[in-house]
Each structure stands twice: as C-alpha cells, then as structure tokens.
Design a protein around this ligand. Sequence first.
Ligand SMILES: Cc1cc2nc3c(=O)[nH]c(=O)nc-3n(C[C@H](O)[C@H](O)[C@H](O)COP(=O)(O)OP(=O)(O)OC[C@H]3O[C@@H](n4cnc5c(N)ncnc54)[C@H](O)[C@@H]3O)c2cc1C
Length: 367
Amino acid sequence: MARLLKEKLRDDVRVTVVDKKNMHLFPPSLIWVMTGEKEPDDIMAPLEGLRRHGIEFIQAEVKAIDPDNRRVDTSRGSLEYDYLVVALGSEPRPELMDADDTVCAPWTVSGALKCRELLSRVRGKSKVLVGAWSWPYKCPPAPFEAAFILKYLFSAVRGVPVEVTVAHFWQKPMEPFGPKMVSAFEAFLDRYGVEFRGGLRVVRARGGVAEFEGGEKLEYDVGVFAPPHTPPKPVAESPLASEKLGGYMEVDKVTLRHPKYREVFGVGDIISPSLGIGMAGVFAHFEGEYVATQIVDEIRGVYSGSDYNRSGICVMDLGFVGAAVYCDFADKIMGRSEYPDCAILGGMKAFRVFKYAFERLWFARWL
Ligand SMILES: Cc1cc2nc3c(=O)[nH]c(=O)nc-3n(C[C@H](O)[C@H](O)[C@H](O)COP(=O)(O)OP(=O)(O)OC[C@H]3O[C@@H](n4cnc5c(N)ncnc54)[C@H](O)[C@@H]3O)c2cc1C
C-alpha cells in the first residue's frame, strides 16, 4: 500500500511505515523453515528497502494510537497524520498454550525452527498430531498444509511409518469454507493417509498426551499447533478496537474505514474479525490496494487502481502435490451467504513451483 501510494501520488504525499521489526517476513514460507527447505533469512527482506522508493521507514514500536488527536505514539516519538492505515496484524502467542516442549507452533520463525528440531528426531514409528489451539489464527488451511507436508516428509522422503493426525475444533475439514472445500480436503486426507479428528478443542498438550474439552485424549510424539492469537496491544487499548471483536479493529465493510474515524483505515489480520473472514495475506494484499486507491482518489480526485477484490487465493504445498484454492468472499463479507464461493485447483506439482515463485515475486515487487 505504501508503494502504491508513493507511485501514484509522488511528491504530493509523505508516506511513513512504522514497524518494530526491521525485516519484512513472508509467513507462508514458514512451513518450509519447519521442514528445512528454507532458512529464516531466505524468507525475509529488510524494510529499509522501502527507502529506495521514497518511503520513510521508522523502526519503532507503536505504543498508542490516539485517533481523536490524529497521533501515534511510538518508542521513537510521536507522529501525526492525515491518513492512518493500521496494519499491525494479529500476534501469535505460543506461550498461551498449556503445552510443554513436545509441542511447537510454526507460526513464528522461532516456532518453525523448534518444530524442525522436534521433527528431525522422528526417525521411527511415531505419531504426529497437528491442530489449531483456538480461533482466530492466521491462515485457516495452514494446519492441513502442515499435516500433508509432514506426511510427505516422513513417508516419501524418510520412509518411516509415521501417523499424522489433524485434530481440529471444526467438525469437518475446512468447514467454514463450505461443502465443496470440505469434500476436496476429505479427498486429500483420504488419498495421502492423514487422519482427521473433528470437533476437538484442545486444552492441554503435555508429555505426549493431548487433552480435549469433554475429556478425550490423544497420544502423540510431536505436537504441531497453530497457537492462540491476540490483537496487538496498541490497537486493543485504543478507541479503534471493538469489544465484540475481542479487541480487533472495527471497519466499515465497504470502505475499510473505521466507522467513527473516517481517515483511519484498517488492512490485514487486524480487520479480519470485523469482516468475518479468516486471516490471510491475500486479503491484506487486496485490501491494501483498495485503500491506496481510495486515498489517491480522495487526494487527486481521480479513480486509480483497484476496486475491492474480495477473493482469496491460497496456494498450498501439500508435499505430494501443490494445490490452489480460490474463494470469492464478496457475499460472505456482506452477509449474503454463509460460505464463500470456492473452487479448488489442483493438485499438481506445478502449484508447488508457483508457491516458490510467488515468494520471490513478492519481495521483488514490494521491497
Ligand atoms: C504459517 C503461516 C502460513 C501462512 N500461509 C499463508 C498463505 O499461504 N496465504 C496467505 O494468504 N496467507 C498466509 N498466511 C497469513 C499471512 O501471513 C497473514 O495473514 C499476513 O501476514 C497478514 O498481514 P498483516 O500485514 O495484517 O500482518 P503481519 O504480516 O503480521 O504484519 C504486521 C506487522 O506489524 C508489526 N507490528 C505489530 N505490532 C507492532 C507494534 N506495536 N509496533 C510496531 N510494529 C508492530 C509486525 O512487526 C509486523 O511486521 C500464513 C501465516 C502463517 C503464520
């Protein structure tokens, strides 16, 4: 969004990006850090790169957002704005899991490296349990993608008899995406020999035993979980947060502006609960393009760029093959339909290549 604004408005605008980290992470590739196909520095790029494009980058922690006074307080001073775009994401919080060191959560770089270490010890008959601790979590299909890639790693690469089970609070695989996706994922599970246990809410995973609400227990050697997520504090504690959304930011579903503070937009995971959709980078991407379009239109009085593309495309590396899921969320977001309108493309090896290529394209285009 910062790049698009600067490209369209040039010297009419001063664009500042504030991030507490100095590196931009591409999280879809964390799964490859877990399996060892990539190292952490392969999937990051310095945010400093934005400066080449005339964008100011300040590495600082946002401490507070004060929309009444159009001010953001950071660890390196306060900033004023005409427009604010909040894109602080959702924080993976593995420390909130009641779990010991038999469990890892590849939703962060350190979590992915911990998974790699635990999984590297799996050399004989074992059980790997993959699950999601609570909702919301980033990338709803990711636990399934992780399960397939692990099954591939053990059966096709290491040749060891490892049982891989997905235990999820959904009754059926990918349930909120509708019947078409459920059957597509059931077919993948069946084909690649991954077991699915639905309707299970995990409460504890220690010493190789996962316990679920209602008392059910499953034994495992390694547990791989999507951890609990929380909204970042400066948003949760600001007037932008909504209590009914658990502290995430509320936006108008058509404009992505805050309903009260019209010069404040939200993009990405921070607004996914408000839109009633899962957290995915593809949504953040299209939302960013649309917000840039609106700001350019407001400043220049000309339409430029994109309308709001409410579709999601997720390309998954299932190990054995790649697959792509395309869903149009327009009717779901606007409350006209219970499910998004989805199609599954795949599985073909070609989609694995596409996933690799997209990561490279992402860094080349934006940083
Ligand atoms: C394992 C995994 C696999 C995934 N796979 C896919 C996929 O295949 N396809 C897909 O579309 N999506 C995928 N996603 C989801 C996708 O990565 C996220 O939805 C996307 O990154 C959200 O973008 P965002 O800008 O909202 O938040 P983020 O990418 O989390 O960025 C938020 C930024 O805000 C910064 N920040 C946070 N708090 C502060 C603060 N107080 N002060 C300053 N800076 C702060 C952070 O440092 C960060 O750089 C995956 C995620 C994971 C974890």
